[in-house]
Design a protein around this ligand. Structure first.
Ligand code: NAD
Length: 434
């Protein structure tokens, strides 16, 4: 199959590389010249474990190509995936400009029957609208059929997920197009669920909203645990053993972030609102998360009357481990609060420093390692549970900081271990060690 993938971000590039790996000839198209230049040389512009090896291999085996030329990309493709961004509008709705631009370019350049697969997360009804837009602008006499194929990969394990995901969802109103897309996906060896287009679109939003709900739920329980003297880690384990609940996504912390949960939950609120449905549960999930992202700051303010001039370190900037993505990261919310209070902030992240620099500029100091970030600090905030951060021996805090005060937003340390050291330790949903 000759496949084009439009958009080479976290989803598009992984999709393109993995479709090449299973034997397709894939052209990745992006409007970002610099990005495409890099990828042509085998450089992956994002941090995603395992991606670079696979990308280089498929370039060398001449199954993977990169272009900024829309004509080359679209003209003779059998199947075109749209994987461009759908960021949040100011009112919380999904911004579909990039999807529409891609669809218009496809209508303009495609000269033969083609299937357009929408991988971007788009509100229910969008695939139908894009089909209508394409029908209006395409050449007469050819068929361009839109199929919905939402993506469920997780940043940080995206390549693994492409080959080991739980399901592939294909939403189509055209049986033939659906079976061609199912055939393309067969080598991944993942169960395929076929639905109508609108159900496929809804599956994506419902899945993300449900996961966000689990996170906000456990965070609320954690906040109560603190007040009643229970331990959230034991409580989460205890409820997770119930097969009806399951053990996943029950880790208390300082809320969800990233490029998906925050924007997709808000977009689903809009989708519901557009049909005059008040989604009370999801509204609370979002509200709880906004509160939870401020938890460490709130706790710090309970201890210090002022943070002015305090030397603080923030360990972990990415919204979760194993990615360089800092979009909607809890770290940014915390750092902004600390800067507003005129604290002296030093930050460290194993891979997200460059992205952080583009947002934080010179308002903070950038440390070269976790250890050097700790040196001489009065307070440390643990925000992202990278292994490198979880593995810092407790003795290191004692050695590097005068009288260590740790606010741990990810419960990285065992309370009994912490008690062996002269450390003030405040975590989430567990007793404080003061
Ligand atoms: P991204 O911001 O990382 O990448 C988007 C890319 O699209 C950029 O490289 C941009 O230059 C390119 N682009 C924009 N307009 C274009 C056009 N007209 N033609 C070609 N390229 C164009 O986005 P992402 O994180 O990969 O997300 C893409 C979509 O997948 C979104 O809808 C997102 O919600 C969804 N999604 C993301 C994830 C995730 O973990 N990131 C997971 C599942 C689904």
């Amino acid at each position: 199959m000759k496949i084009t993938v439009a958009g080479t971000g976290y989803v598009g590039l992984v999709t393109g590389v993995c479709l090449a790996e299973i034997g397709n000839k894939v052209t990745c198209y992006d409007i970002d010249e610099q990005k495409v230049q890099k990828m042509r040389q085998g450089i992956v512009p994002i941090y995603e474990p395992g991606l670079e090896e696979l990308m280089k291999k498929n370039i060398a085996e001449e199954r993977l190509f990169f272009t900024t030329d829309a004509k080359t990309a679209y003209e003779s493709a059998d199947v075109i995936y749209i994987a461009v961004g759908t960021p949040e509008n100011e009112d919380g709705s999904a911004n579909l400009t990039y999807v529409e631009e891609a669809a218009l370019a496809i209508s303009h350049y495609v000269k033969k029957d083609t299937i357009v697969v929408i991988k971007s997360t788009v509100p229910v009804g969008t695939n139908d609208r894009i089909q209508a837009l394409i029908n209006e602008h395409k050449l007469p006499g050819i068929e361009i059929t839109v199929v919905s194929n939402p993506e469920f990969l997780r940043e940080g394990s995206a390549v693994y997920d492409m080959f080991h995901g739980d399901r592939i969802v294909i939403g189509a109103n055209d049986e033939r197009a659906a079976s061609i897309i199912a055939e393309i996906n067969k080598p991944f060896g993942i169960p395929i669920i076929q639905t109508d287009i609108r159900s496929a679109e809804m599956i994506k939003y419902a899945a993300n909203a449900f996961l966000a709900t689990k996170i906000s739920f456990i965070n609320e329980i954690a906040n109560i645990c603190e007040k009643v003297g229970a331990n959230i880690d034991d409580v989460a384990y205890g409820i997770g053993q119930d097969k009806r609940i399951g053990p996943h996504f029950l880790k208390a912390g300082i809320g969800y972030g990233g490029s998906c949960f925050p924007k997709d939950t808000k977009a689903l609120m809009q989708i519901a609102g557009n049909v005059h449905y008040q989604f009370d549960l999801l509204e609370s999930v979002i509200k709880v998360n906004n509160k939870q992202q401020l938890l460490l700051y709130t706790k710090a303010k309970e201890i210090f009357s002022s943070l002015r001039g305090k030397r603080v370190a923030v360990l972990g900037l990415a919204f979760k481990p194993n990615t360089d993505d800092i979009r909607e990261a809890a770290s940014l919310v915390l750092i902004q609060k600390l800067l507003n209070e005129q604290a002296e902030v030093t930050v460290y992240d194993p891979v997200a420093m460059e992205n952080a620099k583009s947002v934080l500029g010179d308002s903070v100091r950038y440390a070269r390692s976790a250890i050097s970030a700790l040196a001489g600090q009065e307070v440390v905030f643990i925000v992202t549970e990278w292994d490198e951060i979880k593995d810092i021996p407790l003795s290191t805090y004692v050695d590097e900081m005068k009288e260590p005060i740790i606010f741990d937003g990810r419960n990285c340390y065992d309370l009994k271990e912490v008690e062996k050291y002269p450390i003030t330790y405040i975590s989430v949903g567990r007793r404080n060690i003061i």
